[in-house]
Design a protein around this ligand. Structure first.
Ligand code: B4P
Length: 184
């Protein structure tokens, strides 16, 4: 299965991705985790990315596309779960083209529907270096402007499914499995 998880920061994409990847035995590709690995390794990209992430902004489309192309090349046919990518329309269009070129289109895009009040509470409780009040405010604005338009993009393509992302983690996982079992 080829899946994209779409949702605001803190909507639980990373949390649920682990459950989905385990159940369906597919590769979990988190662009946030890939960037944090660069930061931890102290690479030039990591140094640049840390500042951008801590401010709550998005890393440039060119960098993200290079990262994803490298990761998908050759093994997309086995199935994958994209968590945190695409986050902008140019990223979504580039992904559509890439997958079209290799004949491996997306099966489903799952949108995590969570209220902002709940998101702010979750992120403040987590306290990562990009979970300050100011960065969270910026991340939600960036989400509204650049990522939320992807909901209509995938609706128009006919492969968007929405799942309520509030409640117990296991309860949300069950909701997701119900949707994904129908697609499989
Ligand atoms: P990400 O790592 O993708 O982080 P996120 O959107 O904040 O988190 P997610 O939705 O996965 O929430 P999580 O499960 O962790 O991005 C970080 C930064 O990287 C971005 O701001 C950007 O700068 C950069 N970046 C990444 N991808 C990019 C791209 N494609 N283009 C450009 N820049 C990019 O959950 C959050 C918290 O909620 C956790 O503490 C969790 O335990 C808790 N939680 C989860 N489910 C819960 C539930 N049901 N109830 C209560 N708490 C819950």
């Amino acid at each position: 299965m080829r899946i994209v998880l779409l949702g605001a920061p803190g909507s639980g994409k990373g949390t649920q991705a682990a459950h989905i990847a385990q159940r369906y035995r597919i590769d979990h590709i988190s662009t946030g985790d890939l960037l944090r690995a660069e930061v931890a390794a102290g690479t030039p990209l990591g140094k640049q990315a840390k500042e951008i992430m801590d401010a709550g902004s998005l890393v440039s489309d060119d960098i993200m596309l290079g990262m994803i192309e490298g990761r998908l090349a050759g093994n997309a046919a086995e199935g994958f779960l994209l968590d945190g990518f695409p986050r902008t329309l140019p990223q979504a269009e580039a992904l559509d083209k890439l997958l079209g070129r290799i004949g491996q289109p997306l099966d489903v895009v799952v949108f995590f529907d969570v209220d902002y009040a709940e998101i702010i509470q979750r992120l403040l409780a987590r306290g990562r270096s990009d979970d300050t009040e100011e960065a969270i405010r910026t991340r939600l604005q960036v989400y509204e402007q650049q990522t939320a338009p992807l909901i209509d993009h995938y609706k128009a393509k006919g492969n968007l499914r929405s799942v309520r992302g509030e409640g117990e983690i296991t309860e949300i996982a069950e909701r997701l499995f119900n949707v994904l079992d129908q697609v499989r």
